[in-house]
Design a protein around this ligand. Structure first.
Ligand code: AKB
Length: 326
């Protein structure tokens, strides 16, 4: 008899974790998804366990309690925030990953998901159509931790047969949740400001093109990767996936089709330095060839959906606070 899938999501309060948890609950059932984070978020419905992922015993306790079979490890300190305290960022990002890998190995977890990022690329990689196997010389501690993490994921697969799967996420854009501490976060905040009819101050220059992806696409990519037959997963470090590439000027032009008076000012800060070393566009042909990846949302579709959903949210008061992430 097949063992029932029971999923543990570590970092369930985050931008991606919160949406992924909801989708996983729809797929596997409320009783088979254990959300976890440092604290329970207000109004969360379902099974929730407080886990500090730097504590290996606590992860193992929850894994044993619920007979967990899959772990999605989404907790990490992102690129911009990570620069405030590089050694602490390294310690947290690596310690939490090692804990997840070790608990998974020792408890025969079926599958582990570990997100990597376009932050693994640096000056040694081509900026356009950056290939999956480009040279990795990241310039942020977050990028360094993700590049190292990818290699550890592969190590656990090769040495112990642990089925760890990974995607290099572009900047993620969604209306459901807020990002925090990333360099691509402007591309979420800009929509909130447009809907709130506020001027937007952008911390990147107007022509800074970066790879981005819509939340629906990124959730689908993650589940498609995790569902793919094992033999189709031929890259055990991490897969590039592309959504759409655009600059702040391009997103503003798109927003102005709906809000012609929308104003933006450019005040580049240290995040410009980070962004200028990241790819402008991504070659995701390996993901396409190996497990059928194909994005659906372009900039126009993203903009229409973001604005429609955020207008709805602000009207019903389900997002009542102004977004001040930066
Ligand atoms: C960040 O900007 O740090 C993240 C990422 C691209 O991984 N959104």
């Amino acid at each position: 008899m097949d063992v029932e899938t029971v999923v543990l999501v570590i970092g369930a309060n985050g931008q991606l974790g919160s949406v992924l948890t909801t989708t996983l609950k729809e797929k596997f059932g409320n009783d088979n998804v254990i959300a976890s984070d440092l604290r329970k978020s207000k109004g969360f419905k379902g099974i929730f366990e407080v886990i500090d992922a730097t504590d290996i015993n606590r992860i193992e306790e929850v894994v044993l309690q619920y007979k967990v079979t899959q772990i999605y490890h989404l907790a990490a300190i992102l690129s911009a925030k990570g620069e405030e305290n590089p050694i602490q960022t390294w310690d947290i990002n690596m310690k939490t990953l090692f804990n997840v890998l070790e608990v998974s190995r020792l408890n025969n977890i079926d599958k582990v998901f570990f997100p990597s990022s376009i932050a693994v690329f640096g000056e040694g990689a081509p900026l356009d159509d950056t290939p999956n196997n480009a040279y990795l010389d990241p310039a942020t501690v977050y990028g360094i931790s993700k590049a190292a993490g990818e290699n550890w994921a592969q190590y656990y697969f090769l040495r112990y047969g642990l089925d760890v799967r990974s995607i290099r996420y572009p900047g993620v854009i969604g209306y459901q949740s807020l990002p925090g501490g990333g360099t691509t976060d402007y591309a979420v905040d800009v929509y909130h400001k447009a809907v709130l009819k506020k001027e937007f101050s952008c911390f990147l220059k107007e022509d800074t093109t970066l790879p981005m992806i819509f939340m629906d696409d990124v959730i689908r990519a993650t589940l498609e990767l995790m569902e793919a037959p094992k033999e189709q997963i031929k890259i055990r470090t991490s897969y590039n996936i592309a959504g759409i590439s655009f600059s702040p000027a391009e997103v503003v032009a798109e927003i102005r089709k709906l809000y012609p008076d929308f104003e933006i000012k450019y005040n580049p800060d240290f995040r410009q330095e980070i962004a200028s070393r990241w790819p402008k566009s991504i070659d995701d042909s390996a993901a396409t060839n190996h497990w059928g990846w194909k994005p659906e949302f372009d900039l126009e579709a993203i903009t229409i959906k973001m604005i429609e959903k955020l207008e709805e949210k602000y009207k019903t008061g389900s997002t009542n606070k102004e977004v001040l992430l930066f």
